[in-house]
Write a protein that binds this ligand. Structure first.
Ligand SMILES: Nc1ncnc2c1ncn2[C@@H]1O[C@H](COP(=O)(O)OP(=O)(O)OP(=O)(O)O)[C@@H](O)[C@H]1O
Length: 503
């Protein structure tokens, strides 16, 4: 891959008074010390840039594995050539035709990386200059390839858990860049620039196109648009169009790639653009349709729904309407937490199925006419209850508003067996009243039913009102009935607005 770029570092010094001088590796308070290697040391460390140490080829040169400091440090050395003004690739694009305001990607990468150090990026160790004045960049060695290789490898595609972790790690990397002072805009977020470290965590690399500065800074303003086709923000047509939201767009493409396992531009699909292919599916709510066919949707399909809608928001055509990277991190993190869990109400479905086996349904077919009027945020009521959520719902016939607050796990023992209803002479050994609440006792599982719902719950008919234990069953049935509405309200609407229209 290559850039249409130009090389005129003196012009940058004019544009930006803080331009980082390669001869001064620590020129201001935000810089960190980086090493200046002798070229001959790097020749030795790479066995004269031998094919055995060859790691890959980029748009500006090759990358080699280097063993430095007598074997104490393994690094990657990126060789570069002084960039010409000639287009070198069909992938990278920029409109620069020799403006005299650009620096070479290698020098730019050294400058940017000297100002940032994060476990989520491929950090710089040092640099060198070859006899032809070409720069060599020494960065941390990433032994596990790129995210692009992993996603598109024919063997063993990554699991959902790994994909979501990678998405979160990249989102954190971009957020770190955007929140540094002055902000750094990467401009080339794509799966081949995400490398996997020793701990199998994703790190963002290749800062050749990155820009450091506020959008109003002259340097940022005078740098022509650049990026990789398929990931490039369509709003970014002129230097003045650049904003952090361009990275958000590219991240959205990457997220779609992670979810679908398809390339940003893939002629095997119709349409070839991942945005044009995925966004209509997302708008129609066909979330399973965008999941990588090789692994299918995850157990908790809410996770894909959340991430797909988030991706659709990131690639919105209006840059201002895209989320910030802080928001992206938050929602990907929420999805990660949800991964490995089952939807809140599906556990209830299983428990209600057990109730059916106990034949308690003879108490009546209740809860068919409730409408959710409010989703209430739960509170931690007991050390044993880790996550409490609830709803207020209205019985349409009686107009009563009742509230159910429950923990994620109400044990099967919280449902009374037939014959244990005190009205029938049964013994409610597992249920006790405490301070106006009904407490369900079952080993580690606790649940609560709040005040009026215990006393006034019913289908509007006084005669149908049941005693406490029976109500527990009825509540369970009610929750089963409202499952679909509730998931939409709780898990989608508050997070993303109207799902059917992410635009
Ligand atoms: N730090 C690293 N550790 C291990 N391998 C690396 C490292 N950096 C790059 N590579 C390997 O070298 C290849 C080329 O990397 P490079 O960043 O130069 O180009 P690219 O990102 O693939 O393409 P482009 O330069 O067009 O964006 C990568 O695909 C990767 O396989």
């Amino acid at each position: 891959m290559g850039y249409f770029s130009c090389n005129a570092e003196s012009a940058i010094a004019t544009c930006d008074p803080n331009f980082w001088d390669l001869n001064n590796t620590k020129n201001n308070s935000t810089s960190r010390t980086i090493r200046k290697f002798h070229y001959t040391d790097l020749v030795a460390a790479t066995s004269s840039f031998s094919s055995d140490n060859f790691l890959g080829k980029g748009s500006h040169g090759n990358v080699y594995k280097a063993t430095v400091d007598g074997g104490k440090l393994i690094a990657a050395v990126k060789t570069t050539k002084l960039t010409t003004k000639t287009p070198t690739s069909r992938h990278h694009i920029t409109t620069c035709t020799g403006c005299g305001h650009c620096t070479s990607p290698a020098e730019n990468e050294i400058e940017i990386l000297s100002h940032v150090n994060s476990p989520r990026i491929v950090n710089i160790i040092g640099f060198s200059t070859d006899p032809n004045d070409n720069k060599l960049i020494v960065v941390q060695y990433m032994p596990n390839g790129s995210l692009h290789d992993l996603l598109h490898s024919p063997v063993q595609p990554p699991s959902w858990t790994r994909r979501i972790r990678f998405a979160l790690q990249v989102a954190k990397a971009v957020h770190t860049l955007h929140s540094s002072n002055p902000p750094i805009i990467h401009r080339d977020i794509k799966s081949s620039n995400v490398l996997i470290d020793y701990d199998r965590k994703a790190r963002l690399g290749d800062f050749g196109l990155a820009l450091r500065g506020h959008v109003e800074d002259v340097r940022v303003k005078c740098t022509p648009p650049a990026g990789t086709l398929g990931y490039l923000d369509p709003c970014y047509l002129a230097p003045g169009d650049l904003s952090a939201k361009s990275d958000v767009f590219s991240f959205g493409i990457l997220l779609l790639e992670i979810l679908s396992g398809r390339n940003a531009i893939d002629v095997n699909y119709s349409p070839p653009s991942v945005v044009e292919w995925a966004v209509p599916l997302i708008k129609r709510g066909e979330f399973a349709g965008i999941c990588d066919r090789r692994i299918g949707p995850p157990t908790n399909d809410v996770v894909v729904r959340q991430l797909a809608v988030l991706a659709a928001r990131c690639v919105r055509s209006t840059a201002e309407r895209r989320p910030s990277m802080a928001e992206v991190v938050e929602w990907v993190n929420n999805a990660r937490k949800r991964m490995g869990t089952v939807p809140v109400w599906s556990g209830l479905r299983r428990r209600v199925a057990r109730v059916e086996r106990f034949e308690v349904l003879e108490y009546g077919d209740v809860g068919r006419s409730e409408e959710i009027v409010k989703v209430v945020k739960g509170v931690r009521r007991n050390g044993k209850v880790s996550s409490v959520v609830g709803v207020e719902y209205k019985n349409e016939s009686s107009n009563e508003v009742n509230r159910v607050v429950r923990c994620k796990s109400i044990g099967s023992g919280s449902i009374m067996k037939k014959g244990s209803d005190p009205n029938e002479g049964g013994c409610p050994t597992r249920i006790e009243r405490k301070k106006g609440k009904m407490r369900l006792k079952k080993s580690r599982s606790m649940g609560y039913l709040h005040g009026p719902s215990l006393l006034h719950y019913g289908n509007g008919n006084e005669n149908n009102r049941k005693s406490g234990p029976i109500h527990l069953v009825e509540m369970a049935m009610t929750k089963l009935v409202i499952t679909h509405k509730l998931e939409e309200k709780m898990l989608v609407t508050p997070l993303f607005g109207n799902v059917s229209n992410p635009e």
